[in-house]
Design a binder for this molecule. Sequence first.
Ligand code: B16
Ligand code: MG
Length: 244
Amino acid sequence: MGLRAVIFDLDGVITDTSRFHYLCWKKLADQHRIFFDEEFNERFKGVSRKDCVRMLFPEIKDDVQLHELAEQKNRYYVEMIRQITPADLFDGTRELLCELHEHGIKTAIGSASKNTLLVLQKLEIAHWFDAIADGTEVAHSKPAPDVFELCARKLRVACSQCVVVEDAQAGIQAAHAAGMTAVGVGSRDLLPEADWVVNSVRDVDLELLNRLVLENQRLRAGEDKKGRQVGDTGGDHWVVCRFK
Ligand code: B16
Ligand code: MG
């Protein structure tokens, strides 16, 4: 019972690379005179490069052409992430990881990005995690549960004892599809399905994560078998009973 592992999304959760992804898609879209803005970009968060390029160019069916466009975007992105340094790690990440490790909680990175290792190397934090799973290792990207299930297998922890920290709606859905608890980083409007929403990792601590896992485990155990929404008591906290 209780929390045993925390899986962190990479882009947009522990560093601001989601901004870089946006700027690179925007550059590509502008070159092709396609409208692209931050609202449209929300749909790209947590989604594989291949799926993003299909969304940006829905009229193009030729795989070779789509692949070349995706490669172009990636060249822009790789160039941009060269500038990342350890100072680009979001505030609170190091402290949270230390707290988790001190209490024997395992940690992992679960990212859709095929550039995950490069970004972790630039941040100099790859060795802080017990496991890393990324877009190079899974067949289906978020909202499919694959990358988080792979993290759980690598950590040898049951999915029900994992919390995922995510900034993308696709990532929240992937966590839930894996049977994990999901903490959203961002706004409740954009992450309506998250079990809890925070502004940043600074607002996350062991006590919160443990409480959310226990709540979901109680729901799973059948305290509310009706599959209805269990609203809460106030604040911005509400739990969706998914375990029907
Ligand atoms: P790449 P995450 C995701 O990373 C990004 O949110 C998403 O915008 C990007 O398209 C995807 O990685 C693939 O990235 O082109 O580097 O393989 O949020 O799951 O850490
Ligand atoms: Mg993300």
